[in-house]
Design a protein around this ligand. Structure first.
Ligand SMILES: [Zn+2]
Length: 436
C-alpha cells in the first residue's frame, strides 16, 4: 500500500529559515466584497500575511522576492458541504471509508485550492473525527460526524445510508445530539426529506428536539431539505442553515425575508442537480483540473452515463433545476446569506474538488455576480466554519491563497486556472499530493 501523503510542502531554504517572502505584481483579491488591488505587493512571514498594499508601498527589506506579474491571487476556497470517503477509484462503498481515503480526498481538495471542507453527516466509523484530531492534513477537515434522520432515511445512496443515526422519539434524538457533541463535531446535520415518497421523513417534534438540544449546548443545526413546507417549518423551529435549496416550488417572499432576517446560511448545491439536466456529456469532462483530481474510472463512467439518459428524466431534472436557480436568485437579490456547498461525494459520479469550482460557475449562471460567488466560497463560508483567519488576505490573516493565471472577477471559471496554491504560507508541492 502506498504511503499516505499528509502535508507535502515545498520546503525552500527561505521557508525553513522562516525568512519573509515578498510577492509582487499580482492583482490581489484581498476581500471578495471589495475591489482588488492591482499590481499589489504583499509579505508573508511565518505562515501569515504581514503586509498588503500596492507595489512600491510595501517595505520588505531582506525578503525573498516572488514575481507574480500577470497573475491574480485570491483567498483559498472553502467548501462546507462534502461527503468524504465513499468513492475510491471507480467504486463507491462504505468499505472505502478509511482514514487513508479521507486524507487522499482532502489532498485532492488542496490541489484544487480548497483550504478546508466540512463533511456533512456521513462519518460512518469515526474516521473523519480521527483524521481531524490526528492528522495535519493539507486541506483542513471539519465534520458533522453522524447526522440524524428517521430510521434508514438519511443520505440518498444505499452505501451512505448506514451512517445516519435513526431516531424515533425525543429522548433518543436529544441523547443522539449529546453523543455527537461529546465527540466535538462541528455542527449537527439532519435530513428532512421523504426522497420522493420512498422513506419516512424526520418528524417536526423530533427535529425540534434536536435543534433545541443543540442550541442548549451552543451548537448549530443544518438541514438537508427538499420541500418548501419543510423549509418553512424548519425556519420556525430555529434552524441555523440549509444544506440545499428548496427544490419543489418557488419560495414565497415571507419565507425568504425570514431566512434573511435570521441570517440562515443557505448552501446552493447546484452542481449535482445540474449534471442531470443534459443529454450529452458536458465540456468540463475535458477540463484539466477535473482530469487531474478525478479518478479515471469515474471520468469514464460519467461519460458513458449520458448514453442511457432519457428525454423525460432530463426534462424533469431541468424543471427542478430551474426552480433552484430561481430560488437562489431570489435569496441573493433579497440579501439573504448565501453560503457554499457542492455536495461532492454524495453520489458515485459526483467526485470531489473540481466540483467546488464548477459550483461557482453555476451560482453565477443563476444570477450572482462573480464577486458574490467568490464571497460565498471565502468570506461567508469562513464565517460559517468559524475560520475568520481564512476569509480575506489582509495583514494578520493566515496566508492561504491561490495564484491564478486569469481573473475570476471577469469570468468566475478562471478559479480553475491554478498556477500555485499556498497554505499557511507555504507552497504546496501539488504534483506530489496524491497518486494519479
Ligand atoms: Zn450532502
Amino acid at each position: 500500500m502506498r504511503g499516505v501523503s499528509l502535508l507535502v510542502l515545498a520546503a525552500t531554504a527561505a521557508h525553513l529559515h522562516g525568512a519573509r517572502v515578498l510577492f509582487e505584481g499580482a492583482r490581489v483579491i484581498v476581500d471578495a466584497r471589495k475591489a482588488p488591488i492591482e499590481d499589489a505587493a504583499f509579505v508573508v512571514d511565518n505562515g501569515r500575511i504581514v503586509k498588503m498594499g500596492k507595489r512600491g508601498s510595501v517595505n520588505a527589506a531582506g525578503a525573498t522576492r516572488v514575481d507574480l506579474t500577470g497573475k491574480t491571487v485570491m483567498p483559498a476556497l472553502l467548501d462546507p458541504h462534502v461527503h468524504l470517503g465513499y468513492q475510491k477509484d471507480g467504486t463507491y462503498a462504505a468499505e472505502n471509508f478509511t482514514r487513508e481515503n479521507v486524507i487522499d480526498q482532502l489532498n485532492r481538495y488542496a490541489y484544487a485550492g480548497v483550504a478546508a471542507v466540512m463533511s456533512l453527516g456521513t462519518d460512518i466509523n469515526g474516521a473523519e473525527l480521527q483524521v481531524r484530531g490526528e492528522a495535519k492534513t493539507a486541506a483542513r477537515l471539519f465534520t458533522a460526524g453522524r447526522g440524524f434522520a428517521a430510521p434508514n432515511a438519511g443520505p440518498g445512496t444505499p452505501a451512505m445510508r448506514g451512517s445516519s443515526v435513526g431516531v424515533t422519539n425525543e429522548a433518543e434524538a436529544r441523547q443522539g445530539v449529546r453523543d455527537q457533541l461529546a465527540k466535538h463535531v462541528d455542527i449537527i446535520k439532519i435530513w428532512v426529506d421523504d426522497r420522493n415518497g420512498t422513506v419516512k421523513k424526520l418528524e417536526p417534534a423530533l427535529y425540534r428536539a434536536i435543534i433545541d438540544e443543540a442550541h442548549k449546548h451552543a451548537a448549530r443545526v443544518i438541514a438537508h431539505v427538499y420541500y418548501l413546507e419543510d423549509a418553512k417549518d424548519l425556519v420556525r423551529a430555529g434552524i441555523d442553515g440549509f444544506a440545499h435549496l428548496v427544490r419543489d416550488k418557488e419560495m414565497d417572499d415571507k419565507t425568504v425575508a425570514l431566512i434573511k432576517q435570521r441570517r440562515i446560511f443557505n448552501m446552493p448545491n447546484m452542481g449535482l442537480a445540474e449534471t442531470r439536466t443534459t443529454m450529452t456529456p458536458p465540456a468540463w469532462l475535458d477540463d484539466p483540473l477535473y482530469r487531474a483530481v478525478t479518478p479515471a474510472a469515474v471520468i469514464d463512467r460519467v461519460r458513458a452515463s449520458y448514453a442511457g439518459r432519457t428525454a423525460q428524466a432530463t426534462e424533469a431534472a431541468q424543471k427542478t433545476y430551474q426552480i433552484m436557480e430561481h430560488n437562489l436568485a431570489k435569496l441573493n437579490s433579497a440579501g439573504a446569506l448565501i453560503g457554499f456547498g457542492a455536495d461532492s461525494g454524495a453520489v458515485p459520479d459526483y467526485f470531489h474538488a473540481f466540483t467546488t469550482h464548477r459550483e461557482l460557475e453555476l451560482m453565477v449562471h443563476a444570477g450572482m455576480t462573480p464577486a458574490q460567488a467568490l464571497t460565498s466560497v471565502t468570506v461567508n463560508s469562513a464565517a460559517f466554519l468559524k475560520l475568520g483567519d481564512h476569509a480575506t488576505l489582509e495583514a494578520g490573516k493566515s496566508a492561504d491563497f491561490v495564484v491564478l493565471d486569469a481573473n475570476p472577477l471577469e469570468n468566475v471559471s478562471n478559479t480553475r486556472k491554478i498556477a500555485r496554491v499556498y497554505l499557511r504560507g507555504q507552497e504546496l508541492r501539488r504534483e506530489n499530493l496524491f497518486a494519479r
